[in-house]
Design a protein around this ligand. Structure first.
Ligand code: THU
Length: 163
């Protein structure tokens, strides 16, 4: 029997080690958490996309009293990007999450220490654009460590792409 192995090279570093342009994208994702509407979960997620035209498009999670009607930050961002700039490739996405910390004094304290990874539905939505326009690098920010993945496909092997 043939065996197939899936390997992903994930880079891990601290925020300070990222190139300046990636730090900027992470900063935009962190800033976007402030625009989340998350009165139910109180979990504020921000996503920032670097577009091929140099623009940065952000999104945040938007919840709803009818809970499933809300939308994650990543999908809010990528749908906004595609409807603002149809046909323009997404090159990178940075994601950050924030929760009100016990100690409010340090503004950084609310950000998750470890990287936050997109849910299955968002992976599926993102991979659609990856298939259309090419690789989207994924930067998952955490206060203590940040992961960089080469593509959405590396987060979603065997994603549904065709019918
Ligand atoms: N959420 C995101 O925005 N992105 C994800 O990848 C996972 C979860 C949001 C959805 C909901 O508003 C809150 O986080 C708690 O699940």
């Amino acid at each position: 029997m043939k065996q197939l192995e899936i390997k992903t090279l994930i880079k891990e570093c601290e925020y300070s080690e990222l190139p300046e342009s990636d730090r900027r994208l992470v900063d935009e994702a962190k800033e976007a958490t402030r625009r989340a509407y998350a009165p139910f979960s109180k979990y504020h997620v921000g996503a920032a996309l670097l577009m091929d035209n140099g623009k940065i498009v952000t999104g945040s999670n938007q919840e709803n009293a009818a809970y499933p009607s809300g939308l994650c930050a990543e999908r809010t961002a990528v749908f906004y990007a595609s409807s603002s700039y149809p046909g323009v490739a997404v090159r990178k996405i940075a994601i950050a999450a924030w929760q009100k910390p016990a100690d409010d004094l340090d503004p950084e304290a609310g950000f998750q220490a470890h990287p936050v990874s997109p849910c299955g539905g968002c992976r599926q939505a993102l991979i659609e654009y990856e298939h259309l326009y090419g690789n989207i690098e994924v930067i998952l920010y955490g206060r203590e460590k940040t992961f960089i993945l080469p593509s959405v496909a590396s987060l979603l092997p065997f994603g549904f792409t065709d019918f």
